[in-house]
Design a protein around this ligand. Sequence first.
Ligand code: PLP
Length: 385
Amino acid sequence: MTIELSDRVKAVPPSGIRRFFEIAEERDDVISLGVGEPDFSTPWAARDAAIASLEQGKTSYTANRGMRELREAIADYAADRFDLGYDPAEEIIVTAGASEAVDLAFRAFVNPGDTVAIAQPSYISYEPGVIFAGGEVLSVRTREEDEFRLTVEALEEAGAGDAEMLVLCYPNNPTGAIMREEHLEPIAEFAREHDLTVLSDEIYAELTYEGEHTSIATLEGMRERTIVFNGFSKAHAMTGLRLGYALGPADAITAMNKIHQYAMLSAPTTAQHAALEALDSCENDVREMVDQYDRRRQFVLSRFREIGMDVFEARGAFYCFPEVPEGFTAEEFAEGVLREEGVAVVPGDVFGVGGEGHLRISYATGLGDLREALARIEAFVADHA
Ligand code: PLP
């Protein structure tokens, strides 16, 4: 007997990068520029707080929405840092990573057959999340000539005015694109005009180089139709602690909590203690990590230009998105550079429309490895010129 799988699960293809992991396992000198995860450890003060909470036996569930002090700290942080004002009692939910929050939103707001427009290339979890929730995905192609910002032209071209929901992620995974207030204004206007609910994944907000991050939820008439996602994985280097959160109108957060309270009960308690400390005392650690990412970003961008590969000026997250040289598809380049030079990168196609012909390069890796990886990529390009 085999257990019958649901149609929704069957509708989602297996991950396109699994094959690359298998190739990578064949060599022991692989440098990975493939993973979207900080190479730093969680700041010590946050780790200490987690350890102390365990020593004190704080190992019970917390409130479903997360510890009250943590929600208050998140409210203060979001207000100070990004001008986002949310009530910790009703408008914030703490989740097991931003991933859980995004999934809750799809499950709470998508009806069977609803259309969810996704600005692509994008983080790989949105599309499966929509399908698991019974919705239909509408891909909205962002373009390199627009520096991978979402534009009204792209929304119109895709027919996104008829969608129920719009998902965007800036600073962006995989492109490193950011959107400033003047770029977000027309998108906000489009969302208001077409009555779209906006899911704004801002997990890389702190990793904005050159200027400050603006949240679309701060624009006129947007707060009531937007859910903002953020978390501790990226800026605070806490991926394994699994802690994120969502900010939104009380009714929407209550609906998400309805699912969360049954599916999860509460986010990991130890991680909540770490997160509270991270917000309380780790601002300098975050600044230090962001400075290092920025140095690596500038190095990687300049090396790709030296190698002769076109790459647009990524200003956020820890990714850049160079074009593959002529004669290769992204997949061929990624497979070739892995087999011949032992450098793992991700072909852009994995991230949806607009990703073809590009590679996602993560610079969440030390400068020494980045130097060596870029030298190997240079050798690969020279060998195949
Ligand atoms: N959102 C984006 C855009 C990401 O790139 C990632 C991780 O790569 C996540 C969410 C997942 O975050 P978390 O670890 O908080 O679940």
